[in-house]
Structures are given as C-alpha cells and as structure tokens.
Design a protein around this ligand. Structure first.
Ligand SMILES: [Zn+2]
Ligand SMILES: [Zn+2]
Length: 144
C-alpha cells in the first residue's frame, strides 16, 4: 500500500501553531516505537516518519531535550507538542500528527513491540521487532 505522492513542499504545525515545519522531501512510511523513552515522551507510544535534514525548515521557537547520548527530542515550548526525534547527524523522525500528508502513510513497523503497553498494540501485518532484535542492529539507550 503506497501513499499517494504528494508534491513538495508539505507543511505541518504544532497544536498552538507557534511552530511550523516545512518539508521539501520525506519518506512516506510510519515507524512506531514502544521503548520506555517513547512511552514516557509520547504518552504511551510514539510514531514518526523520516525526512532528510537538509529538506527540513523549522519556523518558531523549539525546545530541545537530550533524550540519549546520541539523540534529541524536540517539542513546542508553548503547547508541548512533540515535533521530532533525531539521532545526531541523522534524518528527522517527525511526528505524523503534525502533518496532514501523513494521514495516508502506511505503518511499516513497530519496534520494541514486546514492550508495548497492552492497549497500544497496532493492528496490521507490519513487522513487529522485539527489543532484543532492535538493539542488536541499532544504536540504543541502555535500559530503554
Ligand atoms: Zn505549539
Ligand atoms: Zn522509542
């Protein structure tokens, strides 16, 4: 199931509208995470889609939090909306809910699937990657 191609740019915004994000390119695919950091930051689960750093323009004040040794989380300091998670030097993993275009993106995976709170499992045939499998192949925070 491919999302329909949407011509760039695409614009998203936080709840209060103080932060707007304009994308010149993106990968139309949603990854959801159930690790303990995402559970806390996102109220139980977080989801994101990637955009290359040079394709992202942000307007408005943004609060940044060093969530791990290698990644930041960003949110609107006024309304608290989660904006992105970004490994240092990597692409942005943007919150889908900020962007109308993301409504049609397919869910491609759940990571830390075995750590999900019971209510938060997502329906579908996408891969469900366990904590052990994810941490074997990716940088991660000990204890996440
Ligand atoms: Zn806001
Ligand atoms: Zn996570």
């Amino acid at each position: 199931m491919a999302a329909e191609a949407t011509p760039a740019p695409a614009t998203g915004r936080c709840l209060c509208g103080a932060v707007t994000i304009t994308l010149q390119a993106w990968n139309p695919a949603i990854s959801a995470c159930h690790c303990s950091l995402c559970r806390r930051a996102g109220g139980g689960i977080m989801a994101g889609f990637e955009a290359p750093a040079d394709a992202v323009a942000v307007a408005g004040d943004v609060a940044r939090y060093r969530a791990t040794d290698f990644a930041e989380r960003a949110f609107c300091p006024r309304c608290g909306s989660n904006l992105w998670l970004r490994d240092d030097g990597g692409p942005y993993e943007l919150s889908p809910g900020l962007f109308e275009i993301a409504a049609a993106f397919p869910l491609i995976r759940e990571v830390y699937a075995d750590c999900a709170q019971r209510w938060a499992g997502l329906a579908g045939d996408h891969p469900r990657i366990t904590r052990e499998a994810y941490e074997t192949d990716n940088p991660h925070q000990e204890g996440a």
